[in-house]
Every structure is written in structure tokens, then in C-alpha cells.
Unconditional design. Structure first.
Ligand SMILES: C[S@@+](CC[C@H](N)C(=O)[O-])C[C@H]1O[C@@H](n2cnc3c(N)ncnc32)[C@H](O)[C@@H]1O
Length: 259
């Protein structure tokens, strides 16, 4: 598999990442609907009506293409919401600003299929408690987002040497500013990081990269080091320990020891 931000497997039945398929299906839908309103007599509903028809069709198509469920709902509401906002004087500049923020925090997600969501406090507390007490133990958060887990570890475990890597520029900047003097945070791709120096690797990513990441950890980390995933399993590899977190998303920490 090619090294890069991806590390993901394609959606079943599609050559494209889900976000591309999900957003791409609006183009032919709108083309067909606009053509229909011109050709069919009396078929010219108002803008909002047309947006709902388009949203409904996009919902059905998203399900038929077996896109992740949240894309079906996004596709259903996207254009109706846009029409309502525009009709209420919503300045398009705000949409552009929102798009810029989204790109700077999540553009890589389209390829990596690893969106931004944050570890809960319970996850960070359990993580801190799972890391052995040994001076200068080196820990890295792969895809460190806004730096929450590293900040929590710095507070709870000042004995640790903390590193993070993050691909999205705005997330990196937030983590970098937040963790100044507490952890070293690199802007970059986790697949390019050598894991050999780390005693503990923490990852809260998605199901997509887990097999490949486990293979990388086994290749590079020392036997006996810990690989800890928030919520996502390594297919076919039983963890040594599972810690249920009883947090909002009922997540769990899965802990493997490198063989
Ligand atoms: C689910 S968030 C977890 C954030 C943080 N670790 C936490 O637990 O709060 C995953 C993060 O990984 C980042 N990411 C995704 N693919 C990456 C890659 N290949 N290299 C570095 N970071 C990546 C995303 O931008 C996102 O910020």
C-alpha cells in the first residue's frame, strides 16, 4: 500500500473515499433536476422544494451506495439548510469561512478517513493510569488533534516524555500553542514517523488504518512496548486489556503489547 496520509481501505463497492462519493453525487442529481424543471411542464418547484427533492434523492442514493450513515443525513439536509440560510440573509462569506476552517482541520480526513473527534477526559485519565511508571518513558499520540490527550498526560504524568504528530494545519497549530513546553508536536503524517523510540503509542483514529498501523507498530516498536487504541480494534488481534470508559460515546481503551 502506498505511504501517505491515507492508510485506509476503500469503501466496499466504491473506488473513492466516502466524502468524495457523498459530495460527488450532488453534481449529477442537480444536473438531472435542473434539466427536469426545464423540460417537464409545470415542474418548477420553489428553491426550497427543489432542495428537498434533491436532498431526498441524495439520501436514497447515499444509502444505495452504502456510504457511512452520517453522509446520508448530511446529504439530506445540506441543500435545504443552505437555501433556508440564504433566504434569511446569511452572508455567503460565512460559508466560505466555515469551509476554510473545515479544510484546515479536516481536509486530510477525505483521504485518511480519520475525522477529527476528541478523546474524552475519562479516556485520558484511563490512558494516564495505563502507562507504566518508569522514568522518561516516551509516548506519542498519532494524530494528536487539538492536543487534549497530551495536555491531560502532561498534567497527570509529568514523568513522561510526550510527542505528537498531526496532519491538519489548524489542529497542529492549536496543539502546538496549547502544549508549548509540555510536549513536542510535529506537523506531518503519522505514517512517516519512526515508532522505534516510543514505549507507548496512543491512537484515536478510525477503523480504516488499524491493520496497517498495527503492522507498522509491530515492525518498528520494541517488544514489550504498548500500543493503545481508543475505541478502534485491530482486526483479528485480541488486545491484552480492554478498559471500558463509560463516557458519552461508550468508548474503550484497547491495549496491546508488542510481541
Ligand atoms: C479522531 S482525531 C483524535 C485527536 C486526538 N488524538 C484526541 O484523541 O483527542 C484524529 C486526528 O488524526 C489526524 N490525522 C488523520 N490522519 C493523519 C495522518 N495520516 N497523520 C497525522 N495525523 C492524522 C486528524 O487530523 C485528527 O486530528
Amino acid at each position: 500500500m502506498r505511504a501517505g496520509v491515507e492508510g485506509a481501505t476503500p469503501t466496499p463497492g466504491s473506488r473513492w473515499p466516502p466524502a468524495v462519493s457523498a459530495l460527488g453525487l450532488h453534481l449529477p442529481l442537480w444536473a438531472a433536476l435542473l434539466a427536469a424543471t426545464h423540460v417537464l411542464p409545470g415542474a418548477a418547484p420553489d428553491r426550497l422544494g427543489l432542495a428537498w427533492v434533491e436532498g431526498g434523492l441524495a439520501f436514497v442514493l447515499s444509502r444505495a451506495l452504502r456510504l457511512p450513515p452520517w453522509w446520508a443525513w448530511i446529504n439530506l439536509f445540506f441543500f435545504p439548510l443552505l437555501v433556508v440560510l440564504l433566504e434569511h440573509g446569511f452572508a455567503p462569506a460565512w460559508a466560505l469561512a466555515a469551509l476554510a476552517v473545515l479544510a484546515l482541520t479536516s481536509l486530510g480526513s477525505v483521504r485518511s478517513r480519520v475525522p477529527l473527534f476528541l478523546s474524552s477526559d475519562r479516556a485520558v485519565a484511563a490512558l494516564a493510569a495505563s502507562i507504566p511508571e518508569r522514568p522518561d518513558l516516551r509516548v506519542i499520540d498519532l494524530g494528536c488533534g487539538w492536543g487534549g490527550p497530551l495536555a491531560g498526560l502532561a498534567r497527570r504524568r509529568p514523568d513522561l516524555v510526550l510527542h505528537g504528530v498531526e496532519a491538519a494545519p489548524l489542529n497542529w497549530l492549536i496543539a502546538r500553542l496549547r502544549l508549548d513546553g509540555l510536549a513536542r508536536v510535529r506537523l506531518g503524517n503519522l505514517w512517516a514517523v519512526d515508532l522505534a523510540p516510543y514505549d507507548v503509542v496512543y491512537a484515536y483514529l478510525s477503523p480504516a488504518p488499524m491493520s496497517r498501523l498495527w503492522a507498522k507498530a509491530c515492525r518498528e516498536m520494541r517488544p514489550g512496548s504498548l500500543f493503545i487504541s481508543n475505541s478502534f480494534e485491530v482486526p483479528g488481534v485480541a488486545p491484552e486489556r480492554v478498559i471500558p470508559l463509560d463516557d458519552l460515546t461508550q468508548s474503550k481503551l484497547l491495549i496491546w503489547r508488542i510481541p
